[in-house]
Design a protein around this ligand. Sequence first.
Ligand code: TRP
Length: 449
Amino acid sequence: MENTQKRVTFGGKISAVLVAAGSAVGLGNIWRFPYVAGENGGGAFLIIYILCILIMGLPLMIAEFSIGSASRHNAVGAFRTLGHRRWGGIGYIGILASVLILGFYLVVAGWTAEYTIHSLTDDLVRQSDPTFHQRSFEAFIAHPWKPIFYSTLFAVATHIIIVLGVKQGIERASKVMMPLLFIFLIILAIHSMLMPGGMEGIRFFLTPDFSKVTPSSVLVALGQAFFSLSIGLGTMITYGSYFKPKTRVQDTAIEVSAIDTMVAMLAGLMVFPAVFSAGIEPGAGPSLVFITLPSIFSSMPLSQLWSSLFFLLLVIAALTSTISLHEAITAYMHEEWKLTRRSAACITTVLTALLGALASLSLGILDHWRIAGLNIFDALDYVTANILLPIGAMLTCLFAGWCFDKQTFASQLYPSCQPKPFFGLIRFMLRFCCPIIILLIFLHNLGLL
Ligand code: TRP
């Protein structure tokens, strides 16, 4: 109880939505979503993805917010307070996975910072030859220190915001950056759709072609949905613990999921028309936005402006997400290890920046360090998105459905006495549908089914 009174909270409803949307909207939406959709059949993937968000993502986000706001604790403390000591284990998976995600996320975030600076200084935009961009991207990511410099810079920027605190740092940063992000995104999407030949890209993105969909696309869509919504690892539990006690979590979750999906769609509407307009393969993989888009930008009037805007958009999206991952780890160390917030933040920053450096080097001189055939960067991505995230998500569903006190859970959705039809449905999904679907897809992915 004492914890309830002392804990800082976000200013109000809008702040809660902006901060949580800041976590959700990130490189996952603008960098990962378009290439994953491009590789998995465009429109068909979009339909599966939206179903994953509605059926699995939304109940889980409601559960995470509720667990956070009912317990007023970090991810580990929350499960322990509301359940039993053993449930704290789910929180540990989340903290571990957050460290690992930050490890590779900081690297990609660093690339976006470097590309913003190149765009602003006009370096990047002078060449329109795609092979030039491919070569310069490959040379950059394999460089022994440049990408490390930028990812460390990103880690330091994140650190500063975290040390400023939940209200003065995280909330204020989100309130400035999120509106800016929406404005940039809308300008860029409109610009992209008006490009000659852009309609074909829109058709690719919006017309379903189910022949390209395989069972593994469903897992990819589910992993992408969880990653994009920032759920399964306790990030939203940590943010939920800062909600004002009267915040209606289901409204917040619906708004955050809607914003996140809209941004992913806008990113698709921005990337595919540009890609088709330039006659480039949409399944270009992770390098899509770093190679394809710069070469497209450079052939346009005002190329410097578009390119700078685009990469700045990525920087903002990435920063509000690294903040949330960092906060989940910092809050855990601060509350469970009884460190000061500042020391907890320092340990998190140093640890994740070092992991980021290692991940970055694994794309160059440490390429021969392999884990099950993958370099460190790919291994971090694979292990978190395909293993830890689904496991964390499944255990969170089971906890919320079977162990979380029904009355306490319901009171997070409906602070006053109101009819609760929606609650029954959400709880049913969490008890049965979500864990079973996650388990089936997971086993199938491991080749066990
Ligand atoms: N959702 C973010 C994105 O789309 C990434 C992210 C932030 C995340 N916090 C997370 C992913 C927690 C999983 C869990 O880029």
